[in-house]
Every structure is written in structure tokens, then in C-alpha cells.
Ligand binder design. Structure first.
Ligand code: UT7
Length: 352
């Protein structure tokens, strides 16, 4: 088996016409978790950089988060849902095993446009951007790519090794054709030889849910954190280097580095190996925790709202997750038409 990641195309004539995000209102701090778990704020902050995370309302599911972010992205693009040809939802926490979450999102947005899920775990938004860009480059007028997750629904709240890490949220982007723009090159990779590194062991077709599964909680997320950490650093570094080199650029050309927000130490390690200075790295893991496929679009929206993205900036996006999967791309930042009207708010403000 080859251990090098495959290049997957050149930059495509595609622009992000709109960007939206949604974070639930409910904030859970490290101190809140320490009330019921054998953990503490100091351990969580020093090991992960996380200070707090958001948790979705009891009557919400992943599709509700996705719809809220999608509405914001459409408004940002000055578009309506009728302008959208296809909806991709990147998620590893679907509303149901069947059907996919994307058709539910489409119905809630009021369209019968094509809609399907992309499950590449925390790398899902990068995979979604890759597929969506190809659709735009081959004739579609507008594609909605959403990363949405309700991770807190699949972690055992009594398991301190994972319960402290994850949060809920969604981010969304509208992709449109633009000959003057460039999204890519992309690098996508996967190594599925040991899915047990980060998985829900039961609840799928290999081990359907029964009494023994429920009592052992093997339908909940588990992770061998140290192994995942090492792979995350190595894969995101190599994948990022691949897209920078194939674009004919150097690290000095990267204006902002937005990596998957799982652990601040991982982001620092990748930044260090790439040679990206800390001040050019955007961090949201402190406020969002790990939101899997939602983390990159949430961080991108947060960076925009913080005024960290200027027209013409080159942004490096990279992600890593269960599978294992990883993916990277370059994004040339362009201002959407409605940007001038946008109030200067912080993306952390949710409405649910
Ligand atoms: O989104 C997909 C990608 N995911 C990631 O990239 C996550 C990658 N992994 C990580 O971020 C880190 O491995 C963790 C944050 C999950 C764990 O950090 P670590 O430095 O690898 O800690 P550890 O698992 O080696 O645990 C160190 C100690 C252990 O105690 P002993 O055996 O040394 O006595 C754990 O039992 O910390 C203990 N521990 C905790 N203590 C307080 C584990 N979890 C906690 C906790 N609070 N929540």
C-alpha cells in the first residue's frame, strides 16, 4: 500500500460566494464538566486548549444546526435556496442512519435539489469542498457545502477521555463558478487499516445494537488519543505541504492557517513543522471544542468575523479525522457581495 497521499486536482475556477455558521447558545465550560467528571479545567486547558464548548438543544438534531448555518451562508451570498443545484452535508453524526441528513436539510430549506451526505469524519468539510468544487467546475451554478455535527450526542458523558473534547455546531459555504478565483489544489487521503483508533464500535452493520451493546456502551465514541494525535500531526503536515508545493507556493505565501480544531497542541505542532508563525494560525478550539466536520467552516467564519481575512489572502485549510481520513486545500479569499453590509459580530453568537 502506498503511504503517500494522492494529489486530487489543480485549483478550480470556484469562489466561496457565501459563508455561514451556527453555534448553539448553550455554553458548557470545563468547570461545568468537572462537576460530574473526574477532570479539571487545568488538565483540559493544558492538554487540549479547550475552555468551553457548545451543546445543542434537546429537541435539535444535526440537520437543525445545518439549516441555521446554511441560511446564513445563503444570505451572505445574496442568494435563495432556489439558486442552489445540490446540497452536500458533511457529517459523522447524522440525524438517522437512514436517510441521509442532506435530504432532510434540503426539505427544511424548501428545495428538492439533489442532496447527499459526505462522511469523512472530521475531514468531511474538505472532502465536501472537493466534491462541490468539481460539480461547479463541470457546470453547476451553485453548490451548498455544509459541515454539521452534534458530537455531544454520541459521546458517553461519563467517559472523561472523550466527553471533554467535543462540541456541536455547523458551518456552510456556497460555491459558485468564477474564472478569476481558485479553490485548490486539494489533497485527500485515507488509511482505513485500523478504524478502531477512533470509532463507534457498534451500532452499524458489523455489530447492531442489542442489550450487550447498550450495557457496554460500545455504540458510543471511543478514541486512542495518543495514536490519533501522532497521526493527526503527521498527516496534516504532509497533506498541507503537498498542496502548498503543488500550488507553486511557499509557506511564506500562506496568510492564514486554519486547521481542524481538535487540540491546540496539534495545531501548534503542525504549524511548527510547516513553519507557519503562530500569529498566522487561527484558533477556535478554545471556544468550540472539537466539532468534527463543522470545525473548519466554523473556524473560517470566525476568522472572517474577526477581520482576519482580506481580499486576495491565501488560506490553508487542513483536517484530519476518523477513518483515518485527511484533506487539505488552498482557498483564495474573496469578499462576498453582501460583505459590506455584514455587522461586525463574532461567529460565536448562536441563536438556539
Ligand atoms: O477529531 C479527530 C482528531 N482527534 C484528535 O486529533 C485528538 C487527538 N488526541 C488528543 O488530543 C490527546 O491525545 C487527548 C487530549 C485526547 C489526550 O491527551 P494526552 O496528553 O494524550 O493524554 P493521555 O490520554 O495520555 O492521558 C494522560 C493522563 C492519563 O492518566 P495516567 O494514565 O497518566 O495516570 C489519563 O487517564 O491523563 C488522564 N486523563 C485525564 N485526566 C483528567 C485522561 N483524560 C483526562 C481528563 N481529565 N479529561
Amino acid at each position: 500500500m502506498s503511504t503517500t497521499t494522492a494529489s486530487t486536482g489543480r485549483a478550480m475556477p470556484v469562489r466561496l460566494a457565501g459563508l455561514g455558521s451556527h453555534l448553539p447558545k448553550k455554553v458548557v465550560t470545563n468547570d461545568d464538566l468537572a462537576k460530574t467528571l473526574d477532570t479539571n479545567d487545568e488538565w483540559i486547558r493544558t492538554r487540549t486548549g479547550i475552555r468551553e464548548r457548545r451543546v445543542l438543544p434537546a429537541d435539535w438534531a444535526t440537520s437543525d444546526l445545518a439549516v441555521a448555518a446554511a441560511r446564513e451562508a445563503l444570505a451572505d451570498a445574496n442568494m435563495t435556496i432556489d439558486d442552489i443545484d445540490t446540497i452536500l452535508v458533511a457529517t459523522t453524526t447524522p440525524d438517522h442512519t437512514i436517510p441521509g441528513t442532506a435530504p432532510i436539510v434540503a426539505a427544511k430549506l424548501g428545495t428538492e435539489a439533489g442532496a447527499f451526505d459526505v462522511n469523512a469524519a472530521c475531514s468531511g468539510f474538505l472532502y465536501g469542498l472537493r466534491v462541490g468544487s468539481s460539480m461547479v467546475a463541470t457546470g453547476d451554478e451553485a453548490i451548498l457545502v455544509i459541515g454539521a455535527e452534534a458530537l455531544t450526542r454520541i459521546v458517553d458523558p461519563g467517559d472523561r477521555s472523550v466527553a471533554i473534547l467535543f462540541g456541536d455546531g455547523a458551518g456552510a459555504a456556497v460555491l459558485v463558478p468564477d474564472e478569476t478565483a481558485g479553490l485548490g489544489p486539494f489533497d485527500l487521503g485515507a488509511d482505513g487499516r485500523d478504524p478502531s483508533m477512533l470509532w463507534t464500535e457498534a451500532g452499524g452493520t458489523r455489530t447492531p445494537v442489542d442489550e450487550s451493546v447498550l450495557s457496554a456502551k460500545t455504540n458510543m465514541l471511543t478514541m486512542r488519543g495518543g495514536d490519533v494525535y501522532r497521526h493527526a500531526v503527521a498527516r496534516m503536515t504532509a497533506s498541507s505541504k503537498s498542496v502548498i508545493e503543488r500550488a507553486g507556493l511557499s509557506v511564506d505565501d500562506i496568510d492564514l492557517f486554519i486547521g481542524h480544531q481538535a487540540n491546540i497542541r496539534i495545531l501548534e505542532a503542525v504549524g511548527h513543522r510547516l513553519g507557519v508563525p503562530g500569529e498566522r494560525t487561527h484558533i477556535t478550539v478554545d471556544r468550540h471544542g472539537n466539532t468534527s466536520a463543522a470545525s473548519v467552516p466554523l473556524a473560517l467564519a470566525d476568522a472572517r468575523d474577526a477581520g482576519r481575512l482580506q481580499p486576495g489572502d491565501t488560506v490553508l485549510l487542513t483536517a484530519f479525522g476518523a477513518g483515518l481520513t485527511w484533506g487539505s486545500c488552498l482557498l483564495r479569499w474573496q469578499v462576498s457581495e453582501s460583505a459590506a453590509d455584514r455587522p461586525a459580530t463574532n461567529a460565536s453568537g448562536g441563536s438556539a
